[in-house]
Design a protein around this ligand. Structure first.
Ligand SMILES: CC(C)(COP(=O)(O)OP(=O)(O)OC[C@H]1O[C@@H](n2cnc3c(N)ncnc32)[C@H](O)[C@@H]1OP(=O)(O)O)[C@@H](O)C(=O)NCCC(=O)NCCS
Length: 333
């Protein structure tokens, strides 16, 4: 009986470059409060958010992702045809087919790459890094473009006090390719599906179609419940990712948690005993929570602003709807 042939990829994989796209329009808390019953002071104190970006009308998840992706490809010193796979982490692509990844691939000029979307909300990007790492090492792709892109303004009720002030639009990307040394540590990931009701879309698209006078489906979340889950259950996940990578927290150059709320970020850093010399990403202050875009945007900022240097280690952790989470230590490009 003949045996199936197998192939192996690179010994290791690493992030080769980052890219970012922040929509032009900056939205202040005061503008949010023109519709929302809240105040600039409350939003700053409870979330740390001062401004966020809103995408222009007609500017899609694929458009934003393609901007970030193109920048990442250029910075890796590659051309679009070098990309074997495009993974788009998103929860706000408004059609089921074709995928946002396919649309972005066509815009970027890498339309022959395999492309697919990955939907795990705010954990989407770190899930994508894990999948790309396995693809490069498993031999199914040499260069994988992982994009996190979300247009939250389509799914947020601007009058909802529990969510309207938090979210923004944007996209970030990384190219993951072969490496001689380990550049991406083992991913620690999982779900808490019993708590899925904590962050939901209010109704399905078919309910919206079939119900008389149905309101547009929007995001609805149990904010304080998610806050507690994030603070108490995600710090141990981050610690496990450090252990899996055999890295001490003091060896990190940066801690880049999902940018949900500054109080969650600060509490996690405190629980992990992140020392002062480790840069903690606080992109949420002027980006808000961009869901799958949040970690790559924050990572890109640390690099482009020179807050970290190439070769340093960063701990990434994404968490959100599902409830789902994933974390890994990566070497900075
Ligand atoms: C949503 C969130 C900012 C609310 O902050 P909070 O400190 O938990 O606030 P609470 O809901 O406990 O409400 C506290 C008080 O503020 C009021 N309040 C709630 N939202 C408000 C708003 N937008 N503006 C002004 N006041 C508000 C409440 O009515 C309550 O008043 P009371 O004490 O008189 O009853 C916070 O829970 C959060 O960030 N959760 C995580 C959300 C998240 O990260 N989601 C994405 C996951 S990936």
């Amino acid at each position: 009986m003949s045996q199936i042939g197998s192939r192996r990829g690179a010994e290791y994989a690493r992030i080769l470059s980052t890219g970012a796209y922040r929509p032009e329009r900056i939205v202040t808390n005061d503008e949010i409060c023109e519709v929302l019953d809240s105040s600039d002071q409350w939003i700053r104190e409870r979330t740390g958010i001062v401004t966020r970006r809103f995408a222009a009308p007609g500017e899609t998840v694929a458009d934003m992702g393609a901007h970030a992706g193109t920048q990442a490809i250029e910075r890796a010193g590659l051309t679009p045809s070098d990309i074997d796979a495009v993974i788009m982490a998103t929860s706000t692509h408004m059609v089921s087919m074709p995928s946002a990844a396919a649309l972005a691939a066509a815009i970027m000029g890498c339309g022959r790459a395999t492309s697919f979307d990955l939907t795990t909300a705010c954990a989407g990007f770190t899930h994508g890094v894990s999948v790309a790492n396995d693809m490069v090492r498993g031999g199914s792709a040499r260069h994988v473009l992982v994009i996190g892109s979300d247009r939250m303004t389509d799914v947020v009720d601007p009058a909802d006090r529990g969510s309207a002030m938090i979210f923004g639009d944007g996209a970030g990307a990384v190219v993951i390719g072969p490496s001689d040394v380990p550049g991406i540590g083992p991913t620690v990931w999982g779900s808490d599906a019993d708590q899925s009701a904590a962050l939901v879309q209010t109704r399905s698209w078919t309910e919206y179609r079939d119900e008389d006078d149905a309101a547009w489906p929007v995001l609805s979340m149990m904010g304080p419940k998610i806050f507690r889950w994030a603070v108490w259950e995600m710090a141990p996940v981050a610690r496990r990712a450090l252990e899996a990578a055999e890295v001490d927290v003091a060896d990190l150059a940066a801690f880049v948690p999902h940018q949900a709320n500054i109080r969650i970020i600060d509490q996690m850093a405190k629980q992990l005993k992140v020392p002062d010399h480790v840069v903690v990403a606080r992109d949420v202050v002027d980006s808000g929570n961009t869901t799958a875009g949040s970690i790559p945007l924050a990572l890109d900022r640390l690099i482009t602003e020179g807050q970290v240097t190439s070769g340093g280690l960063a701990l990434l952790i994404g968490f959100g709807a599902g409830l789902s989470y994933s974390a890994q230590v990566v070497e900075l490009p």
